[in-house]
Design a protein around this ligand. Structure first.
Ligand SMILES: [Cu+2]
Length: 339
């Protein structure tokens, strides 16, 4: 009902404006003014309106920029994230400078060059120098932006730190599972043909690969240690998913059949970030950012950035997925060593 009234009010407002214009027109005609032909007064008033409009536009834009600060992400919490924010900031600065200058000129020139009775059109067909400038300057600016961006891309996807802790992120409809590579820092083999939800082998791990015996699977919250290079190896089971860490400003697609990688070092623990954001309930998140099916919107995990000690304590409480094989292997190794 209220909606209907609002629509009605809008329609009536349009009719009102139309009628007022009609009255203005009729009264002007009565006074003998020539309607439909702009005179110098019209040109000046329209020019001033243009300038007022662009100033209002800038004021609104600047207000908006400050207004949305509260809903922006907190400071970047990884080494890659800091570079990523700098690249964004650099782009924004260039965009803003160009936007404010060109938009202002767009609205100022109709005022400055408004038609007067003495004005004459100026024939100005060509200027090589000007064309050179507006070709070369944007080319250089774009080249700088692209090279700067590529250096970030290289940092995100290039060779990871040799000692980086290997963690697999396994995405499926509609959750993530983390697998830590254990003491040998090498993930055991897996094969989609071994996937068996019934026997709890949801990731298709290959129990014949010794390297996987110490791997730790963590369902639910994903713990990572602070100030430690991390290498994420990402896989998807059935469709494309995304591994998206907004607070670390890093993301990559998870594609069935291949392994994609990202690496970064988390630099702020969850506890520290809670102090930074003045939010005791703050948590880092891992989200899927590829529309992967009906439950896509629910696909995410809490990420906990622990101090190195906290992480070691948490890891000590975890059990390797193939703990029976792991234990057996160790007993055999100990027995062999004792012989
Ligand atoms: Cu997904």
């Amino acid at each position: 009902m209220i909606k209907l009234l609002v629509y009605l009010a809008i329609v009536l407002a349009f009719i009102l404006v139309f009628q007022l214009m009609r009255i203005y027109q009729l009264s002007a005609e009565v006074k003998g003014k020539h309607i439909g032909k702009a005179d110098e007064n019209d040109n000046r008033s329209q020019g001033i309106v243009m300038i007022l409009f662009v100033l209002a536009l800038f004021a609104g834009l600047i207000w908006l920029l400050f207004d949305v600060r509260g809903i922006m992400l907190p400071p970047a919490a990884s080494d890659v994230g800091v570079t990523s924010d700098n690249v964004f900031l650099f782009n924004w600065i260039i965009i803003f400078i160009v936007f404010f200058i060109t938009t202002f000129m767009l609205f100022y020139f109709p005022f400055k060059y408004k038609k007067t009775k003495d004005s004459k059109a100026y024939f100005y067909p060509h200027n090589d120098k000007l064309e050179l400038i507006w070709t070369v300057v944007p080319s250089i600016a774009l080249a700088v932006i692209i090279i700067y961006g590529l250096s970030l891309w290289a940092k995100m996807t290039g060779k990871p730190d040799d000692k980086a802790m290997v963690i697999q992120i396994y995405a499926k409809q509609f959750d993530f599972t983390a697998r830590y590579a254990g003491a040998d820092n090498t993930l055991g083999k897996s094969d989609y043909r071994l996937i068996d939800d019934g026997s709890n082998n949801t990731m298709g791990l290959d129990s014949t690969d010794e390297k996987g015996w110490d791997d730790v699977i963590a369902k639910g919250d994903i713990h990572i240690p602070v100030n430690t290079p991390l290498l994420f190896k990402c896989n998807a089971r059935e469709v494309m998913h995304g591994v998206y860490f907004p607070h670390f400003r890093d993301q990559i697609n998870c594609v069935p059949g291949i392994t994609t990688e990202i690496h970064f070092t988390a630099t702020i623990t969850t506890d520290s970030m809670r102090r930074v954001t003045h939010d005791t309930a703050f948590d880092y998140v891992l989200l899927c950012n590829r529309v992967c099916g009906g439950g896509h919107y629910t696909m995410g995990s809490k990420v906990v950035v622990d101090s190195k000690e906290e992480f070691a304590a948490w890891m000590a409480k975890q059990h390797p997925h193939f703990s029976h094989l792991y234990d057996m292997h160790h007993k055999t190794a100990v027995a062999t060593a004792m012989k």
